[in-house]
Design a protein. Sequence first.
Length: 716
Amino acid sequence: KFNINRKTSGFVYNLEKVIYKDDGSVEVAGWAIDMKPVEVRFFAGDGTEIAVERRYRQDLYTAWPELDESDLNAGFFIKIPKEKAGIYPWKLQFIYSKGVVERRFTRRTSFKEEWKAAGGIKRAIARSYEIANEQGIRALFSRLMFEIRSGRVKTLSYQKWIEGIEPDEKVLNKQREECRSASDILFSIVVPVYKPKEADFMALIESVKAQTYSNWELILADAGKSGFFGLIKDDTRIKYISLEKNTGISGNTNEAIKKATGDWIIFADHDDTIAPDALYQMYKVIKDHPDAGYIYTDEDKISANGKKRFDPVFKSDYNPDMLCSENYISHLSAVRKTVLDRVGLLNSEFDGAQDYDLTLRCTEILEDYQIIHIPQVLYHWRTSESSTAANQENKLYAFEAGRRAVQAHINRLCLPADVSELSVHGRYRVHYHWDSTPLVSIIIPNKDHVADLRRCIDSIIAKTQYSNYEIIIVENNSTEKKTFEYYSSLADDRRIRVVKYKGVFNYSKINNYGATFAKGDILLLLNNDTEVINPEWMDEMAGICMRSDVGIVGAKLFYPDGTIQHAGVIIGIGGVAGHAFKSFPHAHPGTADRLLICQDYSAVTAACMMVKREVFDKVGGFSEELAVAFNDVDFCLKVGQQGYRVVFTPFAELTHYESISRGSEDTAEKQERFRNEIETFLDKWGDFVRKGDPYYNKHYSLKREDFSYNEELTHE
């Protein structure tokens, strides 16, 4: 999101979608905001004005509370009839407080689906057109410069890179030999079939037959009278069911499940393919983890002709907050039959997101089982003009079904929360509304730097809508007269106290000391060089923190120039730890939209960290041998070790003027201390670092914070 006050004009618009309908009409939708309501007009190429429907957008007012409430109808929707849709150029006009902005559309606006689905240069060109079309040339240039500077343009070579780390034929033959006599686990692959292209369908069949682990059965439930049985009857492991009627994807899949005799049920679509070692990798996991109840893998997409692979999804290990934000698990997934017997079959109420609903239900009863993630690309999702993979607009109903599935999950967990879909399809926000508002004790260490502290305190008081808080300023050896004058000026505010810590600077000791004065059940550790951006920041953090499974909540922090400073901490970056997406542009969604959604991380920064008081006490607070560096990471790992979750939320936003008050590591003494603290941290957590961060896929680099590919990987 932008802060509208940072814009020169205040005017911001976004073109969210241009949909070319089968009947020849076109739908255009988006939004436009200014400090005053914006007028939107649309003209076909012959000058005919097309009606613009204004739509209510509460999400914009939530994002920019400084907007006038009369401008809640900031969204717009335009239906261009067939007879006008082909007359170019179209003209979209925004009339705002300082003038008129005009967008012209030509035929180039319509990108062919095969270009969207293609890999390499074609796909990059199509995406570049989209960014320029929706956000303007300046935004495209800014995005390209960021990608070039960060080296992320190399992601265009995904197909070449992935081929270099996947098992070759020699490795696959070794797997076949290893599994030649293995028959103790039977996998049932269930596939609903409805009028696929013959070539795509046979590609799936051949990918299953090519498995290096051979003890499987493939159950095809055909509701489209496809007549493919004659093509597959040569393999007795394939069971073909011709259904009398089409009962939808859930009903058809359930018919296949009912015929399954395997120990594990695996779900696949009728035109996708699976990697030749998919079942072998699952077999190994089950043998190593006999308590596994649910297994999922990484995935990517293949073009319609099956020749190109792109858009890899390198997933986190089990991440329940991410799962409530998006169906990141998806394919390839397998569930133990005994687990499926307990949760029941697919629910047609959630068709379009039936797998999402099933996954959520499985996670609710897996207290006796493990959820295992295999960080390997073992599923290839085929794109086509009608598939969700290629064009999300084709299945908007599926995203609404996904929202309802998450809401049902939240309801079953008896959590007081509402689920809404974000502006990005298939991404959701869980908004908690507890009956109580516990006291939050904000602990702010400070030494002089009155201007920074004043800005921090003023922003809390002026912008925070959560009312039940206190502020504890931990004074640490200030020397400037104006510092104490400022403290005196705060005396009339009963919510604010100043306590004195006289020891040398030790961030851990100072926060532990400040916590002894806290009256709240929730502690909020906050740097004095931060500034609140959005009013609901504390409500958001407290709402998550009040969950029984959560110990710590972290916020989204920005540098003064608006780029990302903190969006979660990744263990292992640079050998110790680093911030996810550091220095990314303000509005960048991040890899797999991770900058937009709530999710679990191993750690978050203590520059703005909320923690339950009982959890803080349980782990003994901060480790005081870590005076400056990595004490927050150490603290988070201690909390995680006790079984609590560490959650990052992008819906609590602050600016962080990083290290202004403490200064940089610019002396030999400071640098020596820093090296010692690295050694101390690694002495405690070296095994964790070597094993790898569970919320950061091994396919990503540990040398960078931008989720670029790990070029040091080799096939196993």
